[in-house]
Design a binder for this molecule. Structure first.
Ligand code: AMP
Ligand code: MG
Length: 355
């Protein structure tokens, strides 16, 4: 069947007290091999029964996702981790105790019981317990772990509202549960705990400092540094794909706050002279500094959480505006800012450093 031949049901649910009848019907769809989008505390996920290879396969078709980019297994109790892994290191257990439910995905050695479509043929599996009453109720009702990537068309900014999901996937999936805006706005931290020292493969809601406090040590995967090209063989397959792509090419300007604004004004004038329509993605307090261009505010200068919460929505707001280029203010890669800076860098076609 063509991926866009489905009738997509849209259900509004109360975040803290989801209607049990809606959850029952959504769980039924999942058990018979369908796809259901659901809210989490990071972004919206697109779930399928992780034990059903054909259902998992249809996630890749619906999203247009490359087959070699594995999915995260979403669980509602830690027993599900033990059922599908070869071993769980002590360090992983400590991390689960501290951060689950929450935005930390742990990569562990699989035991072969989860179909290979989920892990794209890797021996390892990625697990996460979402901190969202609707997601947890849905997994419990389905009675199986859910393989779930973000519920967007592949390559587009991740969805932080049910409306984003609808605009990307209506007609391609069976149901959408609308539980209001996702809280954090950026995806989970992906942490490989199969080796001696945990490795951050993707920065996210749980910071390296928080991980270090619990696990003793942590390193960032080499691909996360700005120096040098990305590795040929990324340890997290998703790293090699361009992500979070907005409607127009994005030029990211990083560095000291005052100089970033000056450089963006200079670039904007330059583009305007060449007849290009310019959009600017900026801190809310800087909006008035960009006269004559479409400036979309995204959070406060000193508050990374406020930027994370609206970043993807802001990128989507440039769609349909006819801008030829988006100039974006960088954020300091500290704390949660590491995740935001990573998403901006991966959305960018060009990065300019001004200090
Ligand atoms: P998404 O589902 O869009 O949030 O992306 C999930 C991320 O987790 C991607 O970057 C995947 O490459 C990564 N991932 C999933 N499973 C594994 C695994 N077994 N090993 C390493 N990375 C993984
Ligand atoms: Mg994604």
């Amino acid at each position: 069947m063509a991926p866009d031949a489905k009738q997509t049901v849209f259900w509004r649910v109360d975040k803290n007290c989801p209607d049990p009848e809606v959850i029952r019907q959504a769980g039924h769809i999942l058990r018979r091999g369908g796809l259901v989008a659901f809210p989490t505390e990071t972004v919206y996920g697109l779930g399928a029964n992780a034990l059903d290879g054909r259902a998992v396969e249809s996630i890749f078709t619906a999203k247009g996702r490359p087959r070699d980019n594995p999915l995260i297994v979403h669980i509602a109790d830690t027993g599900m981790v033990y059922r599908y892994t070869r071993s769980v290191p002590e360090r992983a257990l400590l991390l689960m105790r501290r951060f689950w439910p929450g935005p930390l995905t742990l990569v562990l050695p699989g035991n072969g019981r989860i179909p290979r479509e989920v892990s794209a043929g890797l021996d390892s599996l990625a697990f996460r317990m979402p901190d969202h009453p609707v997601a947890l109720a849905l997994i419990r009702e389905a009675g199986v772990p859910l393989a779930a990537p973000s519920a967007n068309l592949s390559g587009r900014p991740s969805p932080t509202t049910a409306r984003h999901v609808y605009s990307d996937l209506n007609g391609r999936i069976d149901a959408i549960l609308d539980g209001g805006p996702a809280g954090m706005g950026v995806e989970s931290t992906v942490l490989d705990v199969t080796g001696d020292v945990p490795v951050v493969l993707r920065p996210g809601g749980v910071t390296p400092d928080q991980i270090r406090e619990t696990a003793g040590a942590v390193v960032l995967d080499g691909s996360l540094s700005l120096a040098g090209p990305p590795p040929r063989r990324p340890r997290s397959p998703g790293m090699k794909y361009r992500h979070y792509a907005p409607a127009a090419p994005l030029v990211l300007v990083e560095g000291d706050g005052v100089r970033v604004v000056e450089e963006i004004k200079r670039l904007a004038a330059d583009y305007a002279r060449r007849g290009k329509k310019v959009g600017v993605l900026c801190r809310a307090g800087n909006r008035d500094k960009y006269a004559g261009v479409l400036a979309v505010p995204a959070g406060g200068a000193c508050d990374h959480a406020s930027v994370a919460a609206v970043l993807y929505d802001a990128l989507r707001r440039f769609e349909g505006t006819g801008v030829d280029v988006i100039l974006a203010e960088g954020v300091q890669p500290e704390g949660l800012g590491l995740a935001v800076a990573n998403r901006l860098r991966r959305a960018a076609g060009r990065i300019i450093k001004v200090d």
